[in-house]
Design a protein around this ligand. Structure first.
Ligand SMILES: C[S@@+](CC[C@H](N)C(=O)[O-])C[C@H]1O[C@@H](n2cnc3c(N)ncnc32)[C@H](O)[C@@H]1O
Length: 257
């Protein structure tokens, strides 16, 4: 790539970010969350600005930005899960907003995985603040780990991804999830929110989030729902279900016959 092409690409990425942040700020004003509950989830953070930024995950990843409140609620409500039997996992949980909103559903446990310790600390502090006024926060745990090395809970039934990383990392994470299902057969859904990469590396015109391509590439993951965001200016969510294709599969507890 010539230096002028490179420069043009950086400018496009910067412009995309500015427009995206303006959009996010407008949505946040419509559904205040932090100001109501005294939390710190709304402000985006560039991963390279974090005190513990590590090239291992910063270089090929996007940034922290929260999923808008109504979009989270809407997407989770459309995931057909037996909450009482399942752990919910937000892979790349950032400051923990989705974890807090997941307490509105009766999940057995709620786990956030986050590569940045600085963001984990903010998430834990948000959980502590919220626990003063909200029930269910005791079900939340925030795990400081790279998602490619995270121990998948054997009862995890719904994984949420909002543009946490690029395709190669998503493939490695899905390897772990697939392996967990083989060892502990159960019904599992994946919910991907987003479109393209917010850092401008992907095209904003793509049909589904980059991370979702990892599921698209595997026959055992079937797209079962496309959930339109209620925040008109935000991204849709794509829900995939694990459908074993081996005839003697031992998967139990599913809704599909
Ligand atoms: C766009 S934010 C989404 C935050 C949150 N899930 C939400 O929707 O509000 C993506 C998060 O993924 C985290 N992340 C990126 N790569 C990761 C990895 N390899 N392992 C764990 N977390 C990662 C980032 O630090 C960032 O906080």
């Amino acid at each position: 790539m010539s230096s002028s092409d490179h420069r043009a690409r950086l400018l496009r990425a910067a412009e995309f970010r500015r427009a995206f942040d303006d959009r996010l700020a407008r949505i946040e004003q419509q559904t205040p969350f932090d100001s109501v509950y005294d939390l710190d989830t709304a402000d985006p953070v560039e991963l390279w600005e974090l005190p513990d930024a590590d090239q291992k995950w910063v270089g090929r990843n996007a940034r922290y930005a929260p999923t808008p409140v109504r979009s989270v609620r809407n997407a989770l409500s459309r995931c057909d899960v037996r909450h009482e039997e399942a752990t919910f996992a937000d892979v790349g949980c950032g400051k923990g907003r989705v974890l807090l909103l997941a307490t509105e559903l009766p999940f057995r446990r709620i786990v956030g995985v986050e590569a940045s310790k600085a963001l984990c600390d903010i998430a834990r502090s948000n959980v502590e603040t919220a626990s003063a006024t909200h029930e269910g926060c005791e079900r939340i745990s925030v795990v400081h780990a790279d998602a490619t090395e995270f121990d998948v809970p054997e009862d995890a039934g719904l994984f949420y991804f909002y543009e946490p990383f690029a395709l190669d990392v998503s493939m490695a994470v899905l390897d772990r999830i697939d392996d967990s299902i083989r060892r502990h057969p159960r019904r599992v859904l994946l919910c991907f929110t987003g479109r393209g990469q917010p850092d401008g590396n992907g095209s904003d015109g793509e049909a589904s989030p980059i991370a979702a391509a990892a599921a698209e590439l595997r026959p055992q993951w079937n797209l079962v729902e496309t959930v339109t965001s209620p925040d008109g200016e935000f991204y849709d969510s794509f829900v995939y279900e694990y459908v074993p294709h081996a005839p003697d599969s031992k998967i139990t507890g599913g809704y599909t016959s």
